[in-house]
Write a protein of this length. Structure first.
Length: 218
């Protein structure tokens, strides 16, 4: 069942990918912001409580829904739920078009556009980058994005699904990776910044949950 859930989710994501400003991801940002505002009191224990609520609670909820559907409705409904969760947490098409557009620009002789696209994608200053550095940055960012949006989700989903936990692994990975970047971004933007304790808890937990140190720093 897990294999078919993965297959259907990937097919749907290829045909109709979620946009960068979709309502689901907007809800995740609201959830992370609400948790940090209500439970981040600046102490280490508060940071861990906030992280647990922001990350573990949605994963447990996904597992509970899967179990209820499996027990009271049947395995087709449980598989549909897994497909929905995977569709939301996966995101190959959310970054692949960036890679394609930036790769094609230098090949057509438009390195200026490649720099602009790279700067817009990663919010970095790429105005002085030579062509070789543009290529290197695109490959590096694409590998990190592939881990965040595809391989990390698939690995955690497969492992926990094998233990009967449904799509909990996909949610756990996505939320753990997301809150690290989101809380750090809000702190840099000075928009209700997360405390150092909360960022530390999210970073430490995120490294063990996502298995990608460099991805958590960007």
């Amino acid at each position: 069942m897990s294999f078919f859930a993965l297959l259907f989710a990937l097919l749907i994501e290829q045909v109709r990918p979620l946009g960068p400003h979709n309502a689901i991801h907007g809800s995740l940002r609201v959830w992370a912001r609400t948790v940090s505002r209500n439970f981040d009191a600046g102490k280490p224990q508060h940071g861990w409580v906030a992280w647990t609520l922001a990350v573990v609670a949605p994963a447990v909820a996904a597992m509970v829904v899967h179990e209820l559907l499996l027990r009271f409705v049947g395995w087709p409904a449980a598989m549909v739920w897994s497909v929905v969760v995977l569709y939301v947490t996966l995101g190959f098409r959310q970054f692949s078009h960036h890679f394609t557009d930036i790769r094609d620009a230098p090949e057509s002789g438009d390195e200026t556009r490649a720099r602009e696209l790279l700067a817009r994608w990663q919010r970095v200053d790429a105005s002085e980058l030579p062509r070789s550095e543009i290529v290197r940055h695109v490959i590096e960012y694409s590998v990190l994005a592939a881990h965040r949006h595809v391989f990390g989700v698939l690995a955690r989903f497969s492992v926990l699904a094998a233990f009967g936990l449904g799509p909990a692994g996909a949610v756990l990975y996505r939320m753990a990776e997301f809150v690290v970047r989101y809380w750090r971004h809000r702190s840099h933007a000075q928009l209700q910044p997360a405390s150092e304790a909360l960022q530390s808890a999210a970073g430490r937990a995120g490294l063990s949950s996502t298995g990608c140190r460099r991805a958590s720093r960007r």
